[in-house]
Design a protein around this ligand. Structure first.
Ligand SMILES: [Zn+2]
Length: 167
């Protein structure tokens, strides 16, 4: 067992547990013990940094094809919403449009099914729930953002509103 250590100031052998050199009186505590406030501040600054690095989600690297797929998905959703909001209701001021569920067709990346429901009052003031679903197909051909965001490049393939097949 090593029970002595060398004083860094005067190089004399002193007790391993000594905090002060008995020969030259130099402070032999380590940096953390010498600077408790400084150490605390360092911990408070450094620990949150590392925690945030661990928690931070990695930036997803999207391929151009994935980006266009995302634009199509959003466009189908926005378009369906704009169609639905034009459907006349008995009491439009009471209508609550619930956020739609959007699904891409597993065999056709240009075909989307958007569905949701509307809560609104009927002619007698009772709240009723109306389900709707819409299939929209991107027929633009070109896979670029401008083309995908053009309404004319989309076609309503099927539209079911309140159990009725409108298209
Ligand atoms: Zn010393």
């Amino acid at each position: 067992m090593n029970t002595t250590k060398k004083c860094p100031a005067c190089q004399k052998e002193v007790d391993a547990k000594a905090t002060k050199c008995p020969y030259c009186q130099s402070d032999m505590r380590n940096w953390i013990r010498k600077h408790p406030i400084g150490s605390l501040i360092l911990v408070l600054l450094v620990v949150p940094f590392f925690v945030s690095q661990i928690i931070a989600e990695p930036t997803p690297e999207q391929t151009p094809a994935q980006q266009i797929a995302g634009v199509k998905y959003q466009s189908a959703r926005i378009l369906a919403k704009s169609y639905i909001e034009k459907v006349p209701l008995k009491s439009p001021s009471t209508a609550k449009y619930n956020p739609p569920t959007t699904k891409v067709d597993p065999t056709n990346p240009n075909l989307f099914e958007v569905s949701s429901y509307i809560d609104s009052q009927n002619g007698f003031g009772a709240m009723i729930r109306t389900y709707w679903s819409m299939k929209l197909e991107y027929i633009g051909g070109e896979d670029n953002q401008e083309s995908v965001e053009t309404d004319a490049n989309w076609k309503v393939v099927e539209f079911i509103f309140d159990g009725e097949k409108i298209k």
